[in-house]
Design a protein around this ligand. Sequence first.
Ligand code: PRX
Length: 655
Amino acid sequence: MVVSSATIDNLLREREQYPVPDVFREHALVRDDRLWEGAERDPEGFWAAEAEKLHWIKHWDKVLEWNLPFAKWFVGGRLNVSENCLDRHLRSPRRNKVAIQWEGEPGERRSLTYHQLWREVNRFANVLKGLGVRRGDRVTIYMPMVPELPIAMLACSRIGAIHSVIFGGFSAQSIKDRVEDADSHVLVTADAGIRRGNLIPLKQTVDEALSGSEIVQHVIVYRRAGIDVPMYPGRDRWWHELAAVADRTCDPEPMLATDPLFILYTSGTTGRPKGIQHSTGGYLVGVATTSRYIFDLKDDDLFWCTADIGWVTGHSYLVYGPLANGASVFMYEGAPDWPQPDRWWSMIEENQITILYTAPTAIRAFMRSGEEFPKRHDLSSLRLLGTVGEPINPEAWRWYHRTIGGGRCPIVDTWWQTETGMILITPLPGSTMTKPGSATRTFPGVSAEVVDEHGRPVPVNKGGYLVITKPWPAMLQTIFKDPGRYNEVYWSKVPGTYFTGDGARTDEDGYFWLMGRIDDVINVAGHRIGTMEVESALVSHPKVAEAAVVGKPHPIKGQALVAYVVLKTGVARSSELSKELQRHVRAAIGAIAVPDDIFVTDKVPKTRSGKIMRRVIRALVSGQDIGDTTTLEDAGAVEEVRRWLKEVEGDRPSA
Ligand code: PRX
């Protein structure tokens, strides 16, 4: 398939630079460029040296076997992921170190040391075995953010079962589709989750998903909320009852490095979710190495990755990466602004969290509620900040740096995907000078380029497609049961390279600037404009908290830009505001980027993971069907857009 696009104009240039603070560099694991230089000379040698830091039951014969598009890492090697994340630390002074420090939304706290976590995982591994789960079987996990979720994942890895975690916000239909695709006979859930003081009826949703289906034979229910739920005899069992009678120890299964560890479903351009399949050895090497160097993990850190474990960020940087390093992780169950918008900041202060890894959407939401909430707390325990999930607009970057990081913490803007398994483009905090809005450079041992549709590198500061030019250890193995689609989606667009689907440019220092998904790029009068750049300009206006920009068909220009803007708390709407914002975008980028319409609204449609659903807005403004909305967080936001459209259509004759 030929990609229909030429260049992506980059219109925003940021010149600001933040050198590594001396005090940070002094104690950092990586302080200079030697790691990159060595890895560039010999990438396989670099990954092999990192792999040696894990425990292997049998050493690999070959680091990489690459038959495009299928890579096999650490061929012939055997290891067990739970053994690497747990048992290995029991033989060290980390035995009684906190592995997971958890806080429930209502305020309860639990901490599990490495030894305690190991005990729970062993028991649950035996529970799964007792229900007939064997190596290679798929186990579906649909849980709230409680420690039993990572326990269930690690238990699967202990016995060689493949887990498929489904985010607790997904609907019954999504569970059904995923259970069927994975052909999963065992499902682990909870009576309910707790969010914003409400109960999320997980078990009820599971019952709905499974009604009329024979695939799932056993449902294990963890009691989180303590509510009454129907238990179907023969199918449903309580976690605590099974665990109470399970054997205490379970030997880790010696898995091949190339055996699958998990499947994680992600949406593609079609409605059908893709089961992204990750390996055991390559994945663990990738996430362990990136966690250590990017987050500069030390034994006295308390690392908080705020992502839900239902997404890849939670898999790689809440569970597997940090635990493989013997780190202490913080885990929180509930909503960021519950019961007050300072919940996060109070937890950071009380727990003395040292590293915070979150998403731009959260940062912008906090910016919107105002500085007074973080200001109420002493955030001086923080030493490093991270972001992931979408391009961070420089305005939010600076706010994060100043208001949360006190101007002293480096920020790692990490680019990666469900498919990549691990972070691929990122600063290393003790050695990379950062520029707000840029994810900077490739991780050591990773090679990326920005190319045109023929795969030719584009000049500096010219937009193009981001591709990864060499295999990397945590890369997806395939799409579960669909190798043809895997080849088609990722390896056929620019032959020979992994196609990320993101637009990017590199600057004169070789830094990568991500410009959003390619389908978020709009062609206005022959100029390609990244929606993110216009959004970034809008958000840099002092009154604006969030912005979504989409294209709508235009009889002369081909497409016109439409912006949806959420104001900061306390800012009054006014009829002049749209004009003011148009002037602002014109000044920031130029006339070409000025949206024809700017709608001020209270909410924009977002996915449950916090990404703006431009696809939905685009469909609405173009009068098309909005398609699959299973990942939509709040259906009210769609109504809001519709209401605005009606008002606008009423105001002026249609084109
Ligand atoms: O468009 C990129 C954006 O998120 C996409 C991957 O989404 P997902 O598979 O859900 O994984 C999110 C967490 C890893 C990418 O194709 N993205 C992710 N991180 C960044 C980003 N865009 C810009 N900057 C980032 N740091």
